[in-house]
Design a protein around this ligand. Structure first.
Ligand code: ADP
Ligand code: MG
Length: 687
């Protein structure tokens, strides 16, 4: 008889041993609500506490494991109220080490003279003494805190690593090797992958690093495979749609192109041909338009909109911020107004009356092009005849949001635009559901933006340089980094910095600041003033990152540039050099690691977004700052599309093969894949 073992992965975290109401709340903050969430909360790093070093081999500043015998009684020294030290002298056959703990009176019963322990902690050399502060320890034959590889979890809030680790141990006990397999047997075999239970165990508590690597490979493989299957499936579902709109061949894009004040680049023309072909075909267009900052994507979308409107359809343009949407309205109206095309703006902070009026005119077809933010997604936004959907800076929107807007028409064509310059190979994989067009050429006569990377000691010169530019009539941006987890603190630091610039450094100039916590209306007001030249220096968090166009601004200063990804620095730099004036980007950085210097060097040496993005991948530090978020790429629990690039390519092939043989994943052997793919769509994971 088959024994059925019930493992309830949806079990609330508060029922796991070691989790009380308090800890449950903290775990919830980490996004951990169930047992499943817990065991999928993977370590960000590991500490090898398995190999003891001889005391004589210790290096100043390292964290190390030492197996040593306590030579003295634990000495207690009260330094002042609230600070008591506990000191022990320990030794192995190679030398002595002095250990100090702070305020841990319970150690009096634990550290015994003559006993041998494993100590793990940070080593300091002081004069000719070796010290270790507050190490964790075990009796020599125990392995609670030492003697093994210890997982370190990404965020813990007020839970210590120790506590999370213990909870994880309890969770794993609960699981007890009874996880149901999530990948088909044949895939595990063919690709030599761990089963799910081994992988889960070894990712949290690896026996050694080889097993860790295997576990990681298996879990990353699964994530990437499911993503690929989901994307390819999505693409197939577009293709299978009965029919899209066949825009008329009689409306020529050239009618508009011939009227433009400038000549399109070869790349723009090529891309427009691709779009035109899609529009005239009866299949719905699903096209990604990739192009570096300033490469002229907007005009491409304006020309596509022209064609759609002249063919009798409405167009929706969706941008991630109100600032950007407003700017698009200007560009669209400027060019399309002459042709009697009616463009309007829908953002959330307009009056109810105005909104009602807009919606009505939209529904009876008086509005040709509706430009807006997420506000376009609302249910009551109804088009008469939506034929083309454009989303700008697509990485700010998920697949789900795109499909919401698309559903407002009858299989409209869609164009998604992005300035995230990722290598083509990667784009083909990550946007497997879209056809790709690339503008790989900037309009002619663009001036090179001179980029300087400077450290603190040049601050005064930088400030004087900014003043000189302002005196000549230009404007400057100063951007500060934003730390995701704690926007509050950062808004604070922008304010402080703004005050200093305002009241001290640039006290004779008009200085304003902009940050993410401000109301949209306030932001718009400031942005408009800046556009009109009523502000000399705009201090800001990265809210200005996307698409803002102020041709008179000639200086971009980035504070703490070392905290930004190169791709993002490049985006920021793209805010200047948009007019006739010579422009400059000044990257202020701290720290003197090799990687930081190399990254700054890349920024100084090239203006090519694609090259920068490749270098970014190459020179990625391990810090979260350079994570995928800034690239606008999908987030994975464990896979890393940069490090796992090779695997990703292989997996795309595997996914294609699977779907070739079994397009609907309906065979018995692919049952598990089907479940996982459906799950991925249902959970609305943004891909
Ligand atoms: P992005 O691709 O970053 O969205 P934009 O579409 O905002 O770039 O274009 C940047 C600027 O370049 C705009 O002022 C636009 O009018 C101008 N532009 C676009 N195409 C050309 C071209 N072929 N020749 C000259 N200027 C152009
Ligand atoms: Mg743009």
């Amino acid at each position: 008889m088959e024994v059925v073992i019930l493992l309830d992965l949806s079990k609330d975290i508060k029922y796991i041993k070691g989790v009380g109401p308090n800890r449950a709340t903290l775990l919830n903050k980490l996004g951990i609500f169930t047992l499943k969430d817990l065991i999928e909360y993977y370590p960000r790093d590991y500490e090898d506490r398995s190999k003891p070093k001889k005391i004589i081999e210790l290096v100043d500043g390292e964290e190390a494991l030492v197996k040593a015998t306590v030579q003295t009684r634990l000495v207690e020294a009260r330094i002042r109220k609230g600070l008591t030290l506990y000191k022990a002298k320990v030794a192995d056959e190679s030398g002595f080490l002095e250990i100090t703990w702070y305020n841990q009176s319970y150690l009096k019963n634990q550290i015994k003279q003559g006993e041998t322990y494993n100590f793990f902690g940070k080593v300091n050399f002081k004069y000719n003494k070796k010290e270790m502060n507050s190490p964790v320890f075990d009796l020599e034959n125990k392995s609670k805190n030492t003697g093994k590889i210890i997982p370190l979890y990404p965020l813990t809030y007020n839970l210590s690593q120790n506590v999370i680790r213990t909870i994880m141990e309890n969770g794993m006990k609960e699981v007890n090797g009874n996880l149901n397999e999530t990948l088909p047997e044949y895939i595990l075999k063919e690709n030599n992958l761990y089963d799910i239970n081994t992988a889960t165990k070894q990712i949290h508590f690896p026996d050694n690093f080889e097993k860790y690597n295997n576990a990681r490979k298996r879990l990353a493989f699964e994530e990437l495979l499911i993503m690929q299957l989901a994307l390819l499936n999505l693409k197939k579902s577009y293709a299978a749609d009965e029919k899209g709109i066949q825009f008329s061949k009689d409306v020529k894009m050239s009618e508009l192109i011939d009227e433009l004040p400038f000549k399109l680049t070869k790349a723009q023309i090529r891309v427009l041909e691709e779009i035109d072909n899609d529009m005239e075909s009866d299949k719905p267009m699903n096209r990604l338009l990739q192009g570096d900052v300033g490469s002229g994507k907007t005009i491409v979308s304006i020309i596509a909109a022209y064609k759609a409107v002249k063919c009798g359809y409405q167009v929706a343009i969706m941008a991630p911020t109100a600032i950007l949407a407003t700017q698009h309205l200007e560009s669209f109206t400027q060019i399309l107004g002459r042709f009697g095309i009616n463009c309007e703006l829908l953002i959330s902070n307009i009056t109810k009356k105005r909104k009602e009026e807009l919606l009505e005119r939209l529904q009876n077809g008086e509005i040709d092009v509706l430009i807006g933010t997420h506000a376009l997604l609302e249910e009551n936004v109804l088009f008469k005849n939506l034929g083309l959907v454009v989303t700008d800076e697509q990485h700010r929107f998920g697949v789900k949001q795109r499909s919401t807007i698309v559903a407002k028409g009858n299989n409209p064509d869609t164009l998604v635009m992005t300035a995230t310059p990722i290598p083509r190979t990667l784009a083909l994989i990550l946007y497997a559901d879209l056809d790709i067009s690339i503008i790989d050429e900037l309009p002619p006569n663009r001036q090179k933006i001179d980029t300087f990377a400077v450290t603190k000691h040049l601050e005064e010169r930088v400030n004087n340089f900014i003043k000189k530019q302002i005196d000549e009539g230009r404007q400057a941006y100063i951007v500060c980094p934003l730390v995701e987890e704690n926007e509050e603190i950062n808004a604070q630091s922008v304010l402080e910095l703004a005050e200093r610039y305002k009241n001290e450094i640039f006290k004779n100039y008009k200085v304003e600041y902009l940050h993410g916590k401000m109301k949209p209306k306030e932001k718009d007001e400031i942005m408009n003033k800046f556009k009109k030249g009523e502000i000399d220096v705009l201090i800001s968090t990265t809210v200005i990152e996307v698409g803002v166009n102020v041709p008179n601004a000639s200086i971009m200063v980035v504070e703490n540039a070392e905290r930004f990804g190169l791709a993002q620095l490049h985006q920021l730099r793209g805010r200047v050099g948009r007019g006739e004036y010579k422009s400059y980007c000044i990257l202020k950085y701290q720290g003197n690691s090799d990687i930081i210097r190399q990254r700054m060097k890349v920024m100084q040496e090239t203006n090519d977004g694609f090259k920068i993005s490749e270098k970014d991948l190459e020179l990625r530090g391990s810090g979260e700052f350079f994570g995928t978020k800034q690239h606008g790429l999908p987030e994975f629990k464990i896979a890393n599309i940069f490090e796992d690039m090779k695997m990703l390519k292989e997996i795309q092939q595997i996914a294609i093969q699977i779907l070739n043989q079994d397009p609907n994943l309906s065979s018995d052997q692919n049952k598990l894949l089907k479940i996982a793919v459906n799950q991925k769509f249902k959970s609305g994971v943004e891909m």
